[in-house]
Design a protein around this ligand. Sequence first.
Ligand code: GDD
Ligand code: MN
Length: 393
Amino acid sequence: MTVLLSSMADSAPGAQRDVNPRAVRAAEGMARPAADISIVVPCYNERANVRPLVAALSVALKGREWEVIFVDDNSPDGTIDEIRALAEMDARVRGILRIGRRGLSSAVIEGVLSSSAPIVAVMDGDMQHDESCLGALIDAVARDGYDIAVGSRHVPGGDNAGLANGWRTFLSDAGIRLVQTLMPVRLSDPMSGFFAMRRDLFEHAVPRLSGTGFKILLDVFLSAAERPRVLEVPFIFRPRVAGESKLDLLVLLQFMAMMLDKFCRGFLPIRFLGFCLVGLVGILVNLAVLGIARRCGVGFAEGQGIGTLVAMVANFWMNNALTYRDCRLRGGRMWGGLVLFLLICSVGAVADIGIARAIFRSDGQWDQAGAAGAAIAVVWNYAVSSTLIWRVR
Ligand code: GDD
Ligand code: MN
């Protein structure tokens, strides 16, 4: 391609002026050897960090064939525009834009799956991971036969100084201790988000990954078919310069959910457990509203009606924020979702009462009849909400 373009440019008179520099660059880009290493970078609101990161990678990976794949969840700050501006000039830069989705782990999974390099490295897009350690991580896999090389803050030479505050340090240490009890191999920093590994190994683990929250490395370890050969490489976790951390209470809840999921070995979908938990909170909300209504002198039927409505709205809100956080509805779609949720739950309630009555008529057992009705209603609510409201893929 390059040859063809340049020979055409050489022979045509005045062609030098007419050559489109972008076409030439693109042609040269296509003539480049394929990358040996794909660096996958999840990013959300990291506009200011994209350019410095690519510049830092260029220095750190000099002499290697690499590409960087940014996976952006439609950041409001326009991170993708910055990625595309760089990609136009540099064929090593690629961007994946995901719309209507959120999540660090799932972003990493999609980035890795889009690559064809034999080795993939994962790093944050906020300059907190020291790119000068990438070479050592890559060599451990490419040259020394390790399956995974992990950037660790907790081996001699590593440091966690960049964690935002003491509370984050405490959480991180407590989490690591909890996780180490479940790990198939001893790792000093299983919560690290900075690692390199064989792409085929990652790909094999994908069907078993829970893909929620922040802890993709841990997810890979807990889902790997075989015990991987691992090397830990020390690195210093730098403080953030631009932007802010996205790790919040909900991400911590997702972490707990992932651990529970692994503990149940995927037997029960974790989303379903979340949905049930939210349902239980809904019952408490219903009872609380009923109690208030009673004190205000409202009759039972009206009180229960208001209680049920408030509980359903609260359930919708909690499910939208927690259970289906990765495909959360906003704006007009959220209000449409709420109306649909109320309808689905009403059908569920009618089915609940109908089934419970039928079972009660046949065996006269209060508890069994009630539990069967409720169980069928919750499965109905979950299945239909997942497909029609949040459209889980
Ligand atoms: N696409 C996408 N979608 N990217 C995200 C999302 C998301 O929903 N949430 C966070 N990210 C990106 C951020 O933009 C950043 O590049 C990277 O993931 C890490 O997010 P931070 O919010 O900066 O996390 P942190 O610094 O508090 O924690 C990180 O470092 C720890 C130590 O290595 C994470 O990597 C942790 O998993 C890790 O334990
Ligand atoms: Mn960070």
